[in-house]
Write a protein that binds this ligand. Structure first.
Ligand SMILES: C[S@@+](CC[C@H](N)C(=O)[O-])C[C@H]1O[C@@H](n2cnc3c(N)ncnc32)[C@H](O)[C@@H]1O
Length: 248
């Protein structure tokens, strides 16, 4: 992984403006709670209760922290490309946390099948070779939970939306079939999956005026209605989050 990418993520985690840093912290916590909900739902549906979890690309530890708050597993390790983010994650003192470390972004320093579950949450869309990282997750764990935004859709294909996604480091735009193909190529089966058009609190999070809040509510209302009526069609029209539990 190039130093450039690591620098890019470091800049994202080190905000000079304290107000902006606090807002982004709340945004990550809000997202982490949604993601933790997806993970617990899929594991419960598949009858799995992992004891040891590794999150690859754990960022500042928001998701590990949300999982620990739910008592999801017993032990939590996290590996991250960005050293400042790994430090923030370690400083959270998450109950059950073990190794919280930075790594080279490709080879996780752990033995085969060390963990019950590896989590790759909102990471594969950031990496040049998603299949290699998925294989690495499947090497160190018996099951892998992948969550990505499905950005191969009509709304996200608009030039300003592509530019926005690139601006936050998304170099892949997946659809559901891409995730299935990656799983197959990594020798994994899909045990369960779900999509989420995201709640109103997500769509209106950055709304700074009553007009923007109305816009956020409208977006949420329309997207939720389309997703409920025709979930597969919704995926082709706008971005939903997709979580999949993969295993052998
Ligand atoms: C959008 S954040 C997601 C953080 C966390 N997983 C979550 O869901 O809240 C993407 C993270 O992936 C990390 N990342 C990017 N490329 C990576 C790689 N090759 N290996 C591990 N982490 C990577 C970035 O540093 C960043 O922290």
């Amino acid at each position: 992984v190039s130093t450039g990418l690591a620098d890019f993520y470091e800049a994202g985690y080190t905000q000079a403006d304290p107000e902006r840093a606090a807002l982004l912290g709340r945004w990550r916590a809000h997202g982490a709670d949604l993601k933790a909900g997806h993970i617990t739902t899929l594991c419960a549906r598949a009858g799995r209760a992992p004891r040891s979890v590794i999150e690859i690309g754990c960022g500042d530890g928001a998701l590990l922290s949300a999982l620990a708050a739910r008592g999801f597993a017993v032990s939590y390790d996290g590996f991250e490309l960005s050293e400042p983010a790994a430090l923030l994650a370690r400083d959270r003192n998450i109950p059950g946390a073990g190794r919280i470390e930075s790594f080279d972004g490709s080879r996780v320093p752990a033995g085969d099948a060390t963990y019950d579950l590896a989590v790759l949450s909102h990471v594969l869309e950031h990496v040049p070779d998603p299949l290699s990282l998925l294989r690495e997750a499947a090497r160190v764990a018996r099951a892998v939970l992948v969550e990505v935004p499905l950005e191969h859709n009509r709304s996200a294909a608009r030039p300003h939306k592509r530019a926005e996604a690139r601006g936050i480091g998304h170099i892949q735009a997946f659809d559901r079939a891409d995730i299935h193909a990656l799983a197959t190529a990594a020798g994994l089966r899909v045990f369960g999956e779900l999509t989420d058009p995201l709640p109103v609190t997500h769509h209106a999070f950055f709304a700074a005026s009553p007009a923007e809040r109305v816009k956020g509510r409208l977006k949420w209302g329309i997207r939720t209605a389309v997703w409920r009526a025709a979930p597969q069609r919704a995926e082709r029209l706008f971005t939903v989050h997709h979580a999949a539990l993969l295993g052998r």
